[in-house]
Design a protein around this ligand. Sequence first.
Ligand code: CUK
Ligand code: CUA
Length: 664
Amino acid sequence: MRVTAARWFLPIVVIVSLVAGLLIGRVSGGLGGAGNLSQIAEQRGLTADEAEGALKAFTAPGKYDEYVMVSSGGQSGNLYLVGVPSMRLLKTIPVFTPESWSGYGQGADWSEKILDEGSSDKQARDLKWGDTHHPGLSETNGEYDGRFVYINDRANGRIGMVDLRDFKPKQIVDLPNMQTSHGGVFVTPNTEYVHISSMSPTPQTPDGYAPLDQYKEEYRGISSWLSIDQASGRIDLDKSFQIELPPYTQDLADAGKLASDGFAFIGSYNTEMATGGNMEGKESIEQGASARDFDYLHIIDWKKAAVVADAGKTELRNGIRVIPLQTAIDEGLLYLAPEPRSPHGADVSPDGNYIVVGGKLDPNVTIYDIELIKKAIAAKDFEGNDEFGVPILTFKSVVAGQVEVGLGPLHTQFDGKGNGFVSLFLDSAVSKFTLGPKAGIKAGEEFKLLDNVKVNYNIGHLATTEGDTVAADGRYLVALNKWSIDRFPVIGTLKPQNFQLIDLAGPKMKVLADMPIGFGEPHYVQIIKLSRLTSAIDVYAPGTDPLTMAASAVATTAGKERVEREGNTVHVYMTAMRSRFTPDVLRVKKGDHVVMHVTNIEQTADATHGFAVPAYNLQASLDPGEVVTLEFTADKTGSFAFYCTEFCSALHLEMQGWLLVEPS
Ligand code: CUK
Ligand code: CUA
């Protein structure tokens, strides 16, 4: 379905020149369809630029976009899939939050299990929300491979895994020893590990409490290396390990690749270790955390750390191996490099040579070179140690260059052609700059500002197509703007977020389209070529348990539907197909425990049925081939209608039945 360049080249040239001609008063006649297009542009009040943008972003009905953007969903606890360049919303994937359409977390066994297991004793409560920030697509040899995506819950210190065969979550892990999870959901280049670090340091005490005046002694940051089972994509905590870090606020992070393979880089702020207390005569955290001119980029040798963990130089802490801070120092796993003023992003270039850091309170991006870092480590070129004894590499020895890009630089992405693109929160802009010679930039051209484009408004992250991989292709950039202010009609006091599509094809960046996001709040996205999503299935094999992706032991086939009673427990083996449930009348006694195994026995793509028993607060969605189990105790008598919630056929409205709970 991809549109070939040849098919588009001529029409685009014709249309663009027509539209341009129209605007200088040359109304074209006698050119059929193309002439009409210029009239349409005129009637709709489009400038030539706008009309061109529309053509560049437009994906015709029935055609597919070249890329799929996997977006975090912020406080919605979800992921969203968006087509690029059309910016059409394709789908919501619930992860940390129940969702009614898919019946996620609304009674179906598999989804309840995921949410329950991800809501462990640590929380001592049923978690039904999350704050998703950073999706991490799985990789092979540093390229997206379309197998899995991982997503953090910044609020509750958790991480979820979505299988890109059926695009449904399979696992939520409540991470031990860290109460928040934020920086660097990234995979290592062959998805050996998924990394996530803490944001707020946590006391590493048995009860998780320590007074704030023991912040330096008891609180610690954590870098988690979660081992991935390659067949299922699941996290195996037994094979995972954590590295204890100083109680700084560890922030965004990225994996080394190619030249820097085996390393990871985590930015940090609040190396001042401010703890607030602004009603107790102390500075607020905001003031305290901004006092120093430098914070620290953390440099972790994760391959060495894995060896150290396997050698047993760890403590078992709440079920996971932890490399204590002193061990990390002694074994040479952890180094710091100064980074200017309250940095946020830390991003590795596609070639792996450069690590770009944006300091929120500094107008420059600072660009580190992995070769210089390795040299400084080998030569013990340290400008000192931090309070915990971690060596600090000499700033001048490890920095390849700085580029003044504008105010409030946050995050950087790349085009694979030697350029970086940095988001400027305060300037509401994106700046394009060159990296150094190791990224293919000619001598004399390195570390230069090339271009700047305004965005609307207050951009947080930005993402380029395949931008986190070794195969960044520099086709499009999406700006993820925090504020939209006046871009859309007044529709209340809570405004949409705004994604803006930016064309990177020419020397000048150009905004092509706005996409208001009416749910929030996305932080980061990754953009994968559609052609890489080769694991995706259209229909489940008959009788599939979505949790295991294997045949379910309780699947039912046509003609094998039955009701089995064992004492007070009633097992119902039900099928769903257009347009009936079999059986469609269920008789139980008050107090019975009812276990319903429902199989959608269809094999036609998109023939999804819903199964809702509103009286018992149950709702499931059954895609073709899927089996779900719903359990409840029939504790109230009554004649309760159940029905299919998905408009599946001409006789969908007839797809209903009765649950009769008779008095006992
Ligand atoms: S953080 Cu949101 S704009 Cu959580 Cu990635 Cu930078
Ligand atoms: Cu099945 Cu409606």
